[in-house]
Design a protein around this ligand. Structure first.
Ligand code: CMC
Length: 454
């Protein structure tokens, strides 16, 4: 088992890591403060952190806790949605490899798979597609809400606010115990996210909003809402719509990343799904997460030309720069999503005539040199999904500020699938980490005020 795999079970529910050789699946820990030992069961490759509480120095002792900032070695839930083997560069949704999904599925089919757990049959896919298509419109009041933003507001900030605002339009979504409310929230969120994203973009351009066109498919409709001008009917280039749909598949879910963990943590308070997903959008905004695709393009533009790549990499090695689009908490091998995206860059540039984009040359040179450099290889830093995605978005004519917004559209299906799974998990409780308190205790306010002359 690789370092990154936690709690792998096979299809029969058996542990695959080390079981079956007759040895006990337990760990014995001795507390040298008391000399007492406890034997803890290993369940699915993990220890229950709460089991350590038995280790006390006296009956009033709280018991041992674990300390794990940034959850580097803590599984926070059990999940059957997405499997990643970071060492081998494997990504699977509900057991299907990402490469096969990108080649043979559409984004809406993958969204169905994530949310429902199984592939749809023809009727189920038709119904799902119809329902999503019929819910793409947003309440007219949302346009007025958007008008409150300044002309240069970042579209990700607008998306964050408008997704949260949806909860005020669907107050019944608070009934998270009602299966129909949950189902409708899933459909509405997946359906309306492209509309909110496109409206945010049109607002930032000072252009009129374009309503959804239900004759178009999911990606084509989004392109229409972004780009339609005076033509009566917007006809997306099918090759570009397909490339965008593939990007949507690649971004649909990625197990317990920062934004998904945020959706689960906020959702565990039993808030409505729109508010929980708004938390996910906020987490995604950050440059170390979904904001990296925008940061990559800024970095490539700043480098400017292939001749300046060595200097830039020296800056990274000296700690003055960060190589955006490189490195990943889980992948310690080439991110399989980056491999798939890279294949699409040339295709898209060919269609858009954007071949010869000097930033692509800079990206290729950066990747080549970094993969040949001991600093990066020894730290297992490889290109991640964001390294090449921005180049495709740029070729599609999408401005940089929209890149993370486009990431949020497909990730919504992952957030929803994880939120639904969390609600059905009998072990779910409100997320509430512990802390190690490092501050003062028992200070005397009046004495200190006196000392300050107050
Ligand atoms: N450039 C330069 N050095 C790096 C980078 C990088 N992009 N990433 C990690 N390192 C170094 C880091 O300084 C550390 O070095 P040392 O051992 O000398 O202290 C070592 O590699 C281990 O890194 P880490 O900071 O412990 O890794 P992490 O798991 O905490 O961080 C990461 C993961 C994705 C936040 C980080 O690699 C990073 O900041 N990458 C750039 C931002 C980026 O591309 N984010 C997108 C991630 S994929 C899509 C998504 O999640 O949305």
């Amino acid at each position: 088992m690789s370092d990154e795999q936690v709690g792998v079970v096979d299809a029969t529910g058996q542990q695959t890591n080390g079981s079956g050789d007759g040895r006990p699946q337990t760990v014995t820990i001795t507390d040298n403060r008391t000399g007492e030992s406890i034997e803890l069961p290993i369940e699915e490759g993990t220890l229950r952190a709460t089991a350590l509480r038995q280790m006390k120095t006296n009956p009033d002792d709280f018991g041992l806790m674990t300390y794990d900032p940034a959850y580097l070695n803590t599984a926070s839930c059990r999940s059957a949605i997405t499997y990643i083997d970071g060492a081998a560069g494997v990504l699977q949704h509900r057991g299907y490899p990402i490469e096969q999904l990108c080649e043979h599925s559409s984004y809406l089919e993958v969204a169905y798979l994530l949310v429902h757990g199984e592939l749809p049959n023809n009727d189920q896919l038709a119904t799902w597609t119809h329902e999503i298509t019929m819910h793409t419109f947003v309440h007219e009041n949302l346009k007025e809400f958007l008008e409150g933003f300044r002309y240069d507001a970042h579209p990700m900030g607008m998306l964050l606010a408008t997704v949260g605002a949806l909860s005020t339009f669907y107050p019944d979504s608070k009934n998270i115990g009602d299966p129909e409310e949950r189902r409708m929230a899933a459909i509405r969120l997946i359906a309306k996210m492209p509309t909110l994203a496109a409206f945010a973009y049109r607002h930032s351009q000072g252009m009129p909003y374009v309503y959804p066109d239900n004759d178009l498919d999911y990606a084509g409709n989004f392109m229409g809402m972004l780009f339609k001008m005076t033509e009566t009917k917007y006809e997306p280039d099918p090759r570009l719509a397909k490339a965008l749909d593939t990007l949507f598949i690649l971004h649909a879910d990625h197990e317990q990343n920062c934004s998904t963990a945020a959706v689960r943590a906020v959702g565990s308070s039993q808030v409505d799904p729109y508010s929980a997903v708004a938390a996910g959008v906020a987490a995604l905004y950050g440059p170390l997460h979904g904001g990296a695709n925008e940061a990559v393009l800024q970095m490539l533009a700043r480098i400017g030309g292939t001749d300046r790549v060595p200097d830039f990499l020296n800056g990274v090695k000296n700690g003055k720069e960060r190589l955006m689009g490189f490195g990943h908490r889980v992948y310690k091998n080439y991110d399989p999503r980056a491999r798939i995206i890279k294949k699409h860059v040339d295709e898209v540039l060919e269609v858009t005539g954007g071949g010869g984009n000097p930033l692509l040359d800079v990206a290729v040179e950066l990747e080549k040199r970094a993969l040949d450099d001991e600093y990066f290889t020894s730290r297992k830093l490889y290109p991640n999904v964001d390294f090449y995605s921005g180049l495709i978005y740029e070729a599609l004519g999408i401005p940089r500020a929209m890149f993370t917004v486009i990431f949020a559209i497909p990730r919504t299906s992952g957030w929803i699938a994880q939120w639904l799974e969390m609600l059905d998990d009998p072990e779910t409780k409100i997320a509430r980490p512990r802390q190690i308190y490092t501050g003062h205790r028992d200070r005397d306010l009046t004495a200190d005020l006196r000392a300050l002359g107050r």
